[in-house]
Design a protein around this ligand. Structure first.
Ligand code: FAD
Ligand code: SF4
Length: 508
């Protein structure tokens, strides 16, 4: 009985379920760089290069460990364009009876996999995806019968289950969450830590040349410095823990004008590729606290992002797909401004976030949530368009993680399933958290008039447009109290300014 294990490009973990289920003495593995995977959105070139380079390195590691790997190198002229083509070709060429895969990271791929038994006549076995701590069935069980699926209530059992930062059955430090300590503005001290940089080796150089010449892409390829092997990702983790983690909590929400990473880890691409496991990352952070090298507010905040947000977001995706992708609870109808792709906007905060995105295939969480995301929410962009943008432009972007973050957390398009209120904010928030406004052509103190910060009018107009939906939300009472203080003339001027921004958004 010939068995073949197909390894997807984002499942490069050595504890992959296939490697346990198969026998290197008689079974083969299959990997492929596929045209269809580079085309479904216009990905950042660094993202494609990262995935292909990490795949090639992983193939080499598997072969060194004694596995036979059939590896399809990217070829736009080949008839093998999709995973279905690859499996059809491999099962005919290698006489395969049974194909094994692990649960993929995207709904569209799962659909493709599910069609193979009938379409290609091979038995297909789908194994669990070991890149996460929880099983999808556990999440479903947790969600069953709950009216609200709040992350905070998912996080506590995860702490208990993993034992991270726990003493007996209680959280260390007497609290589950120290976010109240985590909202400082950064004024240059201590200096930003920045992630570890890795100079491309021959494999990465080859892939970069391939992307440059043969694959249409978004963004800048020069300056590629991502970790592409597990060994490099381990070094990036150690560097983060010693250099940045101590300040991760304090400045987690900061928005400096001249630092692209500050104290963020840039570990998402390694985690999402399987180069690092969530548990080893959290254990390294916890150890730093136990050794007195990082404070509890930083370590708890960081661990919560991984065993809380990351696992919860994935659970929501698989619980709610495929209908989730079509939701548009706020009835948005605005196209995504073209300058999201070019960075050519006069709004400094957006220009900086988009420029960092174009250069690095990275923007930190607050840029994604409170700058590019917030603006799309206030403007009323069609969720599908903004989701496609986030999926394309970040090195860590896969549907399972991008979609709930964008559609649910940022756009409130799921009607509040994921977030109890929209993360809508005026320019004042951006000013409070950083120094973009000091470098901006617009005046953050103004709401109407040609020089007024566009976030301001759009913010009040957003509250006004969606009053019926949000005014009874207890977390938004203060916001509506402020709207109610405005006289009719002021509100009308704000509506007019917001209409002008929506109609002429490309010139702002
Ligand atoms: P850090 O700030 O150092 O955080 C540590 C880790 O926590 C991250 O590496 C990540 O694994 C995890 N994490 C933190 N927040 C989240 C979250 N909300 N969801 C899932 N994991 C989280 N993350 C992705 O990995 N891929 C995406 O495509 C993606 N799209 C996003 C789109 C929007 C609109 C928003 C608001 C957030 C998105 N995120 C996404 C979540 C988060 O912004 C990134 O994980 C983070 O910015 C990655 O940088 P970092 O590794 O430096 O993270
Ligand atoms: Fe952004 Fe408004 Fe500040 Fe300009 S003034 S940087 S547009 S928040």
């Amino acid at each position: 009985m010939a068995r073949l294990g197909l390894i997807f490009g984002d499942q490069l973990n050595l504890d992959h379920a296939l490697l346990d289920a198969l026998d290197p003495a008689c079974d083969r593995l299959l990997m492929g760089e596929l045209v269809a995977e580079t085309e479904y959105v216009r990905h950042h070139g660094k993202k494609i290069a990262l995935i292909f380079s990490a795949m090639r390195h992983f193939r080499d590691e598997l072969e060194q460990a004694g596995w036979s790997v059939t590896y399809h190198v990217f070829d736009p002229d080949s008839d093998i364009r999709s995973f279905t083509d690859l499996v059809r070709w491999a099962s005919a060429a290698e006489g395969v009876d049974t194909l094994l895969v692990a649960w993929p990271g995207e709904w569209r791929l799962l659909e493709e996999v599910r069609a193979w038994e009938q379409e290609l006549g091979v038995a297909v076995s789908v194994l669990p995806d070991t890149r996460f701590l929880g099983a999808l069935e556990d999440f479903e069980r947790w969600a069953r019968g709950r009216k609200q699926l709040r992350m905070e209530y998912f996080y506590r059992p995860m702490r208990r289950r993993t034992g991270l930062l726990m003493e007996d059955d209680q959280p260390v430090g007497g609290s589950w969450n120290f976010d109240a300590d985590n909202r400082k503005r950064w004024r240059g001290d201590p200096p930003a830590a920045r992630p570890m940089r890795f100079t491309p080796d021959a494999t990465t150089d080859e892939v970069l040349a391939l992307v440059d010449k043969r694959i249409p892409h978004f963004g800048v390829l020069e300056g590629f410095d991502y970790p592409v092997t597990r060994a490099q990702a381990r070094r990036a983790l150690a560097h983060f823990v010693s250099a940045a983690l101590p300040y991760f909590g304090d400045f987690q929400d900061a928005l400096p004008d001249d630092e692209d990473y500050l104290f963020h880890s840039r570990l998402s691409s390694s985690l999402n590729l399987g180069l690092l496991s969530p548990m080893e990352v959290c254990r390294a952070a916890e150890q730093a606290w136990r050794d007195g090298q990082a404070p509890l507010n930083a370590v708890e905040g960081f661990i919560r992002q991984i065993i809380g947000w990351r696992e919860y977001i994935r659970g929501i995706y698989w619980l709610k797909m495929p209908d989730y992708a079509d939701l548009n609870a706020l009835g948005n109808d605005q196209p995504l401004p073209d300058w999201y792709w070019t960075g050519k906007t006069q709004m400094r905060c957006l220009a900086r976030a988009i420029d960092a995105t174009r250069q690095n295939a990275y923007a930190h969480h607050i840029q994604r949530l409170m700058v590019t995301g917030n603006f799309a929410l206030l403007l009323g962009v069609v969720p599908r368009e903004i989701c496609e943008w986030y999926l394309a432009v970040y090195a860590d972007a896969y549907d399972w993680v991008e979609l709930p973050n964008t559609l649910g957390m940022v756009m409130h398009a799921d009607g509040g399933l994921l977030a109890s209120k929209p993360y809508a904010a005026s320019g004042k928030y951006i000013q409070r958290m950083g120094d973009h406004c000091a470098h901006c052509r617009y005046r953050v103190a103004n709401t109407v008039g040609e020089d007024a910060c566009p976030f301001n009018a759009l913010y009040w107009d957003f509250l006004d447009r969606h009053r019926e939906r949000f005014e009874r939300n207890p977390r938004m009472t203060m916001m509506y109290r402020n709207v109610d203080r405005m006289d009719a003339e002021r509100l009308s001027a704000i509506r007019e300014r917001a209409r002008e921004i929506r109609e002429q958004v490309e010139r702002f």
